[in-house]
Design a protein around this ligand. Structure first.
Ligand code: RB5
Length: 144
C-alpha cells in the first residue's frame, strides 16, 4: 500500500498521480486533501508519515506547491526520510542510496508526465544497503 497526501497546491497533481498509479495496479490510499481550499502543508504531511511509520503504508507520496514545505515538515518526523525529487535520477537514488520512505513533489513545478516517471522510478527501485546503511544510520542518529 502506498499512501499519498497533498495540500491545496498539490491537489491537482495528487489526483493525477492517484489515477496513474491505480491504472498500473498500485494499491494507493488517499490521505487528503480532497479539494483546493487553502490548508497548511505541515498538517498534510502528518497522516501520510504516520501511516508509513505504523506500517499501514509501505511508502508515502507528498505533494505541495513546490514540494519544499511538505518535505521540510515530513523530515521533522523521526523515522521519515522524505526526498524532494524533480528528476528521475534523484528519484532512483532517493531509494537506492537514501532509502527514502517518502517522496515529495512540487505540484506547481513538475508536469504530470514527469511526476509519473519520478514516482514509477522511485517505486521500482530497492534500497541497496551496504555502505549506504552506515550513512542512513547516521541520519537516524541525528534524530536523538
Ligand atoms: C501554498 O501556497 C504553498 O506555499 C505550498 O504549497 C508549498 O509550496 C510550500 O512549500
Amino acid at each position: 500500500m502506498i499512501g499519498i497526501g497533498s495540500d491545496h497546491a498539490g491537489f491537482e497533481l495528487k489526483s493525477r498521480v492517484i489515477k496513474h498509479l491505480k491504472e498500473r495496479g498500485v494499491d494507493i490510499k488517499d490521505y487528503g486533501v480532497y479539494n483546493e481550499d487553502s490548508v497548511d502543508y505541515p498538517d498534510c504531511a502528518v497522516p501520510v508519515c504516520e501511516a508509513v511509520l505504523s506500517g499501514e503504508c509501505e511508502r508515502g507520496i507528498l505533494i505541495c506547491g513546490t514540494g519544499i514545505g511538505i518535505s521540510i515538515a515530513a523530515n521533522k518526523i523521526n523515522g521519515i526520510r522524505a526526498a524532494l525529487c524533480g528528476d528521475v535520477f534523484s528519484a532512483a537514488m532517493a531509494k537506492e542510496h537514501n532509502d527514502a520512505n517518502v517522496i515529495c513533489l512540487g505540484g506547481r513545478v513538475v508536469g504530470h508526465e514527469l511526476a509519473y516517471m519520478i514516482v514509477d522510478t522511485w517505486l521500482s527501485r530497492d534500497y541497496l544497503g551496504g555502505k549506504h546503511a552506515v550513512r542512513v544510520a547516521k541520519i537516524h542518529a541525528l534524530e536523538k
